[in-house]
Design a protein. Structure first.
Length: 641
């Protein structure tokens, strides 16, 4: 191996954004700022985060379209943006038939954020700055993961209470499985930089980061995350033209990360729900010191390997011998699996049976991690399929799965908002055409791998991207922008790396100005959504403080910005109900229902504000929309609210 083997590819022939510090800082900031800020805001799950994340991206893109003399995109990039724009337009068009208009409008806002982000990456990131962009992405993931791990290692100092997490690491994203995928993508990128960083310091720091990333990943106790991580690693090895060098680096950096993960699993205070704070803090402090020592050791080892690579040339025979050893190790591993669990068909049958079974309920979360249970996902997918069959052509509208599910699901399944599967839920909500558009968006970056794989970091970018594609099939990652944007950034990086002089074409002036006009229109839409969602959230906060006057004023303001949504009327009714103005609250809830009569909560609130037969009618309607909450509604609906 020689130093030439790890040099970055030549710079693009297309025009960039300048030179010097600005040119180097832009791709880093483009990766760091959206991911870190969205992650800090509960992963960007709530609508209040989408507007302020999308607007800077839209403005930057619009300004670039106006002031830059040339914008050149490859054919794959143009098709990718076109497919993503078509998906966004289809989501917007679904407002014409959606069974829940306000929920669909929110889905438009989130999809616009994703489109704005990938468009900005393709315009501002060049092949020559791709390592900086992916490095910024790793910095963002590493910083978020460090905070998350600190909440477990230093619960006495960085404690974050989450009553729903059951001691599974979830903050700051707010969902343990989403955090598991987020950290897994970071771990794959860290492995890539440890193997292919241009600077020895970069390689050493990336290897050290892996020592902290893997325990953070482990403490989420996410099972699908492990599957996604393994699939991602396999993709990296399969795509990488220098896979033996990558595997050799993994052999150096993996032991410390594996030891850190194993030690994490042995700490009772950190792996058992209900652990006492003193025990958890003691175990965490001790583990943090061990992690630091392991990180230093693996950094030194990685630096030594990097120096050796620059001074030594590995002969062909040595490379073939190492490759043969890897193949033998894989065959031995597969043989051991088949001996222990049976042949492929037997393993598939056992896996399916285990997936349908409920997860074990144990205080020791290590036991849950070893279970292959899908935790009710088969039932959730069955309802999504039923929704798709009921709306076979156009779908029921984005964001509407919950309506169908609540009206039909038994009480044992509990309340959920999403089908825990991106593809089956998209089929139900957007129909076959919408699913085809989504699949086109997902597949297009992978079609550029043939040309892009020569870039030293593309194999791990592809690994992180495929990890998301796999994981999203069994969870609601699409609804967590910090996670989805991380994957989309990796997909966009593949497209950027796949650029060639023959594939690049100038974006014609008419297309550019049409894009500018679209950007202005979309920015106005996003701005309206930002003000409306923020004002609505302010009304909710005021209600939490029992400030009914401010809550009502904010609700009225939200209605002026969001006249299509029943939520402002609902917020106003709740404020009026809290202040004791029941007739006014009843009128507000009735106006909300006139906009959306399919929301059981609106009928429930109307029942609370009503009396006599009107209360009974409203309660019965709420029960019809959400049957397995009937007793709760009936009991509260007759008690005066």
């Amino acid at each position: 191996m020689t130093v030439e083997a790890v040099k970055a590819l030549p710079a693009d022939a297309d025009e960039g954004i300048g030179s010097g510090l600005l040119a180097r800082a832009t791709p880093v900031l483009l990766a760091v700022l959206p991911i870190a800020s969205l992650a800090a805001a509960q992963g960007g799950y709530f609508p209040t985060a989408w507007g302020w994340a999308a607007l800077p991206l839209l403005w930057a893109t619009g300004i670039a379209l106006v002031v830059r003399t040339r914008i050149r995109l490859s054919r794959a990039e143009r098709i990718f943006i076109g497919a993503f724009a078509a998906l966004t337009v289809w989501v917007a068009a679904s407002t014409a038939w959606s069974v829940a208009l306000s929920e669909t409008v929110l889905e438009i806002e989130r999809t616009v954020l994703y489109l704005a982000a990938v468009a900005a990456v393709l315009i501002f990131v060049r092949r020559s700055s791709l390592a900086l962009f992916l490095g910024g992405l790793l910095i963002a993931i590493g910083g978020v993961s460090a905070f998350s791990l600190a909440t477990r290692l230093f619960p006495d100092r960085v404690g974050v209470y989450d009553r729903t997490a059951v001691y599974r690491l979830s903050q700051p994203l707010g969902y343990w499985n989403g955090l598991a995928l987020f950290v897994a993508m970071g771990a794959l990128l860290a492995a890539g930089f440890a193997a292919r960083g241009r600077l020895i310091a970069t390689r050493a720091a990336s290897a050290a980061a892996l020592v902290f990333l893997m325990p953070a990943f482990y403490f989420t106790f996410g099972r699908a995350g492990w599957v996604a991580l393994v699939v991602g690693l396999l993709v990296a090895v399969a795509v990488d033209p220098r896979r033996l060098q990558f595997l050799a680096t993994l052999a150096v950096i993996a032991p410390a990360a594996a030891i850190a993960t194993w030690l994490a699993s042995r700490q009772k205070g950190l792996t058992r729900s209900g652990s006492e704070l003193q025990r958890a803090a003691s175990d965490g402090h001790r583990l943090a010191l061990i992690f630091l020592m392991l990180a230093i050791a693996t950094a030194v080892a990685t630096a030594a390997v990097a120096v050796a690579e620059r001074r030594l040339t590995v002969s062909r025979n040595v490379g073939l011998a190492f490759g043969a050893a890897v193949v033998v190790a894989v065959l031995i591993g597969l043989g051991a699996v088949f001996v222990r669990y049976g042949g492929p068909s037997t393993i598939a049958r056992k896996a399916y049976d285990a997936f349908k079974a409920p997860p074990p309920h144990a205080a020791n979360l290590n036991r849950r991690l070893l279970s292959f249970s899908g935790n009710g996902r088969v039932d959730l997918w069955r309802f999504a399929w039923g929704d798709a069959r009921k709306h076979p052509w156009l779908g029921s509208g984005p964001g509407t799965y919950e309506r169908y599910y609540l009206a039909r699901a038994p009480a044992r399944l509990g309340r959920v908002r999403d089908a825990h599967g991106l593809y089956i839920e998209t089929l139900a909500e957007l129909g076959p055409f919408g699913l085809a558009l989504l699949l086109a968006v997902i597949v297009l970056p992978l079609t550029a791998l043939g040309a892009a794989r020569r870039h030293p970091l593309v194999p791990v970018a592809a690994a992180a991207y495929v990890a998301y594609v796999v994981h999203a099939g069994v969870d609601w990652d699409w609804e967590i922008p910090a996670v989805t944007l991380t994957a989309l950034f990796c997909g966009a990086a593949i497209l950027v790396a796949g650029r060639s002089e023959t594939s690049l074409r100038d974006v014609p002036a008419p297309v550019r100005w049409a894009a500018v006009a679209a950007t202005v229109v979309v920015s106005v839409f996003v701005g309206i959504g930002l003000i409306g969602n923020s004002t609505l959230a302010a009304s909710g906060s005021a209600r939490g403080d029992s400030n009914w006057t401010s809550a009502a004023a904010d609700a009225r303001k939200a209605h002026r910005w969001m006249p299509w949504s029943p939520e402002p009327w609902s917020a106003l009714g709740l404020a009026q109900l809290g202040a004791g103005f029941r007739p006014q609250a009843k009128a507000s809830f009735e106006k909300a229902i006139s906009i959306d009569s399919g929301d059981w909560e609106l009928w429930y609130d109307l029942a609370r504000a009503s009396s006599g037969r009107a209360r009974v009618r409203a309660a019965r309607r709420a029960i019809a929309l959400f049957p397995h909450s009937g007793l709760k509604i009936a009991a509260r609906g007759t008690s005066g609210g």
